[in-house]
Design a protein around this ligand. Structure first.
Ligand SMILES: Cc1ncc(COP(=O)(O)O)c(C=O)c1O
Length: 391
């Protein structure tokens, strides 16, 4: 099938760019001597997970048990929930997955959550593998890496009868904030957060060893970090016998305007685009032209991107990737993308255009199927097997 025959809106994945992105991250992990445990929340696809594992990824990361069920059913045997998992319904399903032969782990970061999980597993004669979720600056979940209370918490969890501490885990989501002052460049900002993520986790590991947390003492402690931007600038190092052991980037295989604007990747590395049709166009009295795409919030989503005003970047050409100048998707209805242009691109009704979305992960979750493309040819489809598996 040719791209020109594909009904729109459609989410496309350029197969060559995809494979280059997958290869580059695997090579980076190997160069830094860490296991790559990709976060599958970006693709939610068994096909993509297989491509990652075939290249050397060791295990998968998910956020939700429903995602874990999708991948375990497809035969993946080592899945970690990078998520503070709370609730008997969730632990019960984790046990079912473990009993089916899949190694499972999840995060704890509160006394209440850890105590209840321990009671639940212990009452069934089991011990769950847990990682202490650690906050190294983002401020979402996790115990602070630098608080004495966090060390006491980890030691206490280590002593609970139903849990076994296997590691510490953080997500440097503040890598998405960009430079913190005008004097800092994009790459300096990535490096700052990446070094902070690495160094604070290594420091926390040392404190856990001093406090006697068993995995830290016997050297098996897993130290898991990662977001696509922070991993872009990641270099591993040894600190008092500890190294980062695992990285969990997710977005890197598709990329999006957020990553481009943060300086994580060039526009030409983005593999995922939305193919949209111009369904209406009107001239305005102020000399601008307004046109409408058949892709609104339900495809492009309402997410913004760092340093970007619109809801995705329209392209004037795909090879090489060239932004459409003086054109902005400045509003979205559910099924309409509102575009305003003062540029010279001669947009016509019926024309098909490509958009680089602001946030690929949420765009993917709007679809059941993505289309793999090579140039002008549609060469396959990708099922979004974990679509909407948010429970
Ligand atoms: C806990 C956790 N780990 C890893 C990732 C992957 O980060 P990214 O989407 O930047 O690749 C995320 C993303 O939200 C996350 O929340």
């Amino acid at each position: 099938m040719l791209l020109s025959e594909l009904p729109t809106p459609a989410v496309l994945v350029d197969v060559r760019r995809l494979e280059a992105n997958l290869d580059a991250m695997q090579a980076h992990a190997e160069a830094q001597q860490v296991a790559l445990r990709p976060h599958t929340k970006t693709h939610k696809s068994v096909d993509m997970a297989r491509r990652q594992v075939a290249r050397g990824a060791r295990g998968l990361t998910v956020a939700k048990v429903g995602e874990a069920e999708v991948f375990a059913t497809a035969g993946f045997q080592d899945i970690r929930l990078a998520y503070a998992l709370v609730g008997e319904d969730k632990w019960e399903r984790v046990i079912a997955l473990s009993e089916s032969g899949c190694r499972m782990g999840f995060c704890v970061d509160t006394g209440a959550g850890a105590r209840a999980a321990s009671d639940y597993f212990h009452a069934r004669g089991l011990k769950a593998e847990v990682l202490i979720e650690t906050d190294i600056g983002y401020g979402r979940c996790g115990v602070r890496w630098d608080h004495a209370e966090s060390v006491r918490f980890a030691t206490w969890v280590d002593g609970l009868p139903g849990l076994r501490v296997v590691g510490i885990l953080t997500h440097a989501g503040h890598a998405y904030y960009g430079p913190h002052s005008e004097d800092e460049s994009l790459s300096q900002a990535l490096e700052r957060v990446s070094n902070q993520e690495r160094d604070r986790m290594l420091e926390f590991a040392v404190a856990l060893r001093e406090a006697g947390v068993r995995a830290a003492v016997d050297g098996s402690l897993e130290i898991s970090i990662g977001s696509t931007p922070s991993i872009r600038a990641f270099t591993n190092r040894v600190h008092e016998g500890f190294r980062i052991t695992e990285i969990r980037p997710g977005n890197y295989l598709y990329l999006d305007m957020t990553q481009v604007n943060l300086g994580v990747a060039p526009l030409d590395a983005v593999s995922l685009t939305v193919l949209a049709t111009v369904i209406s166009a009107h001239d305005h009295d102020d000399g601008s032209r307004r046109f409408f795409l058949d892709s609104g919030k339900k495809v492009l989503t309402s997410d913004g991107a760092y340093a970007s005003k619109g809801y995705g970047q329209l392209l004037a050409s795909w090879q090489p990737m060239t932004p459409m100048s003086d054109t902005i998707i400045n509003a979205l209805s559910e099924e309409h993308g509102w575009v305003r242009t003062t540029g010279s691109h001669p947009v016509t009704v019926g024309e098909r255009l490509r958009v680089v979305p602001n946030h690929a992960c949420v765009v993917v979750n709007t679809q059941r199927t993505l289309f793999l493309v090579d140039g002008e040819r549609v060469v396959g489809t990708v099922n979004v097997d974990g679509q909407s598996r948010v429970v």
